[in-house]
Design a protein around this ligand. Structure first.
Ligand code: FE2
Length: 177
């Protein structure tokens, strides 16, 4: 199965291009696009918690204990990010939290996880998800900005998220060397 991007998992409504003129052409639903992008990141982070928790349980071999603990470190950090992202979403949703619907979050998470399901190596799977998230953060920042929702707090959160997941890529890549 081909890997999918976060945009694909979110569906066509969330599509955005890097051309500012085209972004402003989405003015009718650009505000929804900002929120949807954040919900997409939340679903990606939640998919990551499932993935890393499972990796924590199923790794084996003579490097088992180090890898078992590595995945603990990863899922614990992502769990905190899930909470911070969800609370920001509630903050910007102006009382409408329908986007946090569990099943719609699970649908996006499932699409992302299904796209890596053919990969056996738990570290390669993690790297793919991390790549999807990093791409998704860049896209989400553009969409949130286009929606006029990029407060300094949200920008900081997205930048910190990017920084922390570049760190994850480093940790996983070192393990694969
Ligand atoms: Fe455990």
């Amino acid at each position: 199965m081909a890997y999918i991007t976060l945009q694909e998992a979110l569906g066509e409504e969330a599509l955005i291009t890097k051309e500012p003129a085209l972004v402003s052409g989405l003015a009718d639903n650009v505000e929804d696009g900002g929120l949807k992008a954040m919900l997409g990141l939340l679903a990606t982070l939640r998919a990551m918690v499932w993935e890393y928790y499972t990796s924590h349980w199923v790794v084996k071999g003579f490097t088992f204990y180090g890898n078992h603990l590595l995945f603990t470190r990863l899922y614990e950090q992502v769990l905190e990010e899930v909470d911070a992202m969800a609370e920001k979403i509630v903050g910007v949703s102006q009382g409408d939290v329908t986007g946090l619907n569990v099943l719609s979050q699970m649908d996006v998470a499932r699409s992302l996880l299904a796209s890596i399901d053919n990969i056996e190596c738990r570290f390669e799977r993690g790297l793919k998800l991390e790549g999807m998230l990093l791409d998704g953060i860049v896209q989400a920042k553009q969409m949130v900005e286009a929606a006029g929702m990029l407060t300094p707090g949200i920008e900081n959160m997205l930048d910190d998220l990017y920084d922390s997941h570049e760190g994850h890529v480093y940790l996983i890549q070192q393990t694969l060397k």
